[in-house]
Design a protein around this ligand. Structure first.
Ligand SMILES: O=C([C@H](O)CO)[C@H](O)[C@H](O)COP(=O)(O)O
Length: 213
């Protein structure tokens, strides 16, 4: 398997803080995720700014699109996003719309399984439609209620779908190897990096652990 990619979730609303964190962690990060609260607050201009500052990084915009897939995602691909997310619960026509927008800009689509009741079924159908990445995701509120993404990751990985698997939801240095061994190709890390005393050291440690798993 190729080296797992590390995705840093940029979840601050503040642009200066977001750029500072991205700069500190950049040497250890493959994908910058502009988190949902951050993209809602700052909009497409932040995609352009990150693209300009980090021409060699992949940029994922965590739109979590729920409707009007092609219409909503198009300006973000146009601004330089490599990957946009769409909710699995949005349904197949919306997912297909984001895939159509991605094709126009040579981009990719991640279907986020957050709160999807039948995650295995949704992952199968999304892969059939042409989604590139399936995201197994325990959101911040579900994490606060004690949930984790580990069992769902195992269930989706077992399917052996022709897609990359991303995992998000409180991943940290003590769990990164567990998710890579379970089949994650992309490991998303937010709080364990931005909440660490040294985000750069935390990012380096997590990247090294993932590569060694
Ligand atoms: O996607 C996220 C969340 O739903 C807010 O939009 C987080 O960025 C994602 O969960 C990663 O952050 P951590 O769980 O803190 O690692």
């Amino acid at each position: 398997m190729a080296r797992p990619l590390i995705q840093l979730a940029l979840d601050s609303l503040d642009v200066a803080q977001t750029l500072k964190l991205a700069t500190l962690a950049a040497p250890y990060i493959d994908i910058f995720e502009i988190g949902t609260p951050c993209i809602k607050h700052n909009g497409v201009a932040l995609v352009r700014e990150l693209r300009r500052k980090f021409p060699d990084k992949l940029i994922l915009v965590d739109l979590k699109t729920m409707d009007a897939g092609e219409y909503e995602a198009t300006p973000f691909y146009e601004a330089g996003a490599d990957i946009c997310t769409v909710l699995g619960v949005s349904g197949l026509p919306t997912i297909a719309g984001v895939i159509k927008a991605a094709h126009k800009y040579n981009g990719e689509v991640q279907v986020d399984l957050i709160n999807v009741p039948d995650k295995v079924g949704c992952a199968r159908e999304s892969a059939k439609l042409g989604a590139h990445i399936i995201g197994v995701h325990t959101g911040l509120d579900a994490q606060a209620a004690g949930q984790t993404p580990f069992a769902d990751l195992q269930a989706v990985a077992k399917l052996g779908l022709p897609v990359r698997l991303s995992v998000a939801g409180g991943i940290k240095s003590s769990t990164v190897q567990q998710v890579v061994k379970a089949g994650a190709n992309i490991v998303v890390v937010g709080a364990a990096i931005y909440g660490a005393p040294s985000p750069a050291d935390a990012a380096r440690e997590i990247a090294q652990l993932a590569a060694a798993a």
